[in-house]
Design a protein around this ligand. Sequence first.
Ligand SMILES: [Zn+2]
Length: 413
Amino acid sequence: MSDGTTLCQTCGDVAVTKFLSLGLQPACLFPANAAEAETEQAWPLDLGFCPQCSLVQITEPVDERILFAGDYHHIAGLTGGYRRHLQGLADELAKFRDSLDGAPRRRSVIEIGSNDGSLLDELAKRDFGVLGVDPNGVETAAGSPVVKEYFSADLATRLLAGHQPADVVLALNTFAHITNLRDFLDGVCTVLNDDGIFVSESHYLPDLLQTLQYDFAYHEHSRYYSLMALQAVFKLHGLEVFHIERIPTHGGSVRVYAGFEGAHEVRDSVSTLRTYEDTLQLTSEATYREFAGRVEEHRDRLRALLAEVKRDGSRVAAASSPARAVTLLNYCSLGPAELDFLSEISPRKIGKLSPGTHIPVVHQDRLCGPDQPEYALLLSWHIIDELASRLRQEGFTGKFLVPLPEPQVLDEL
Ligand SMILES: [Zn+2]
């Protein structure tokens, strides 16, 4: 709106209260060279919360069609841990299917944001009929079909013309990213069977607040959910959460099972988590002001730690370049003066520059080879054990720095 007010994406008529400005932030697209870096765009990244439903949201979202243009970063590099996570989810869904009453029949799944199709293939192995929807989707290893479009109410209507309604609709880590939430949920309701389930996984707001994960915020990720916020938006569409689990993905997430109101028995997990949230004051401005204060302090402490370890001439490079690193590097103004390079194994990023901060991205061999730096900053700090042990195996002998939740040198890893 022109007066600077942002209205809650769910509540519609409630103004969002801004609580944190993370400065100008680019999209997570890696410029190929200095000339491309010069024309790179950046937008203000400000977070606000809704005092009615607690939804935390970017106050001026950038259109996903701009952000996801070109070579998108999620396709490459699913970690081993995440692959196991997807297998576990496929097992859960198979168990759920087997518990359903009625004549056995092949159940169908639509996965929105199917990425490289790992989960689709796992579900196909367990005898689900599968369909992926992902504008950047690729041919899956096992040949599961993928519609290469953005999911929307319009696409849902077209899908239904050629398919049975879905027994399961999945949206893993896409549900927080889509720009038009209401249109998306209209589409989910269109394709979902009356007794079908909509399963989503998203970062969990209370975990983000408690462990100071401001690096979760980037333009592609336009909202951050509590159970309270999810219940509010589902209600508008005649849906309800009937089961919810906290899972460790991305440093603290929830797996949420929803269906049409009354279609499934609501489990105790819902009231238990809601009771917990009621103690956290997620609709109170003080909660978010306190968080913002800790974020600002953190930036100063991380910069001071880097300056301290470099005082004796030690070199520091960053290990890996996940999407969440873009916000941290830009907000803390960490560029080539602070970090010699970012190491990567993805050929899509090697040889390019980091978004906004323009640090060279080089092959991981440089971090683990004979002329290696003394310190490696672990930007994927949420999978610290997996990452550190991989780097040790590859030959990195220096010390590890972690940026969050508390900037520190880890001697023991
Ligand atoms: Zn709201």
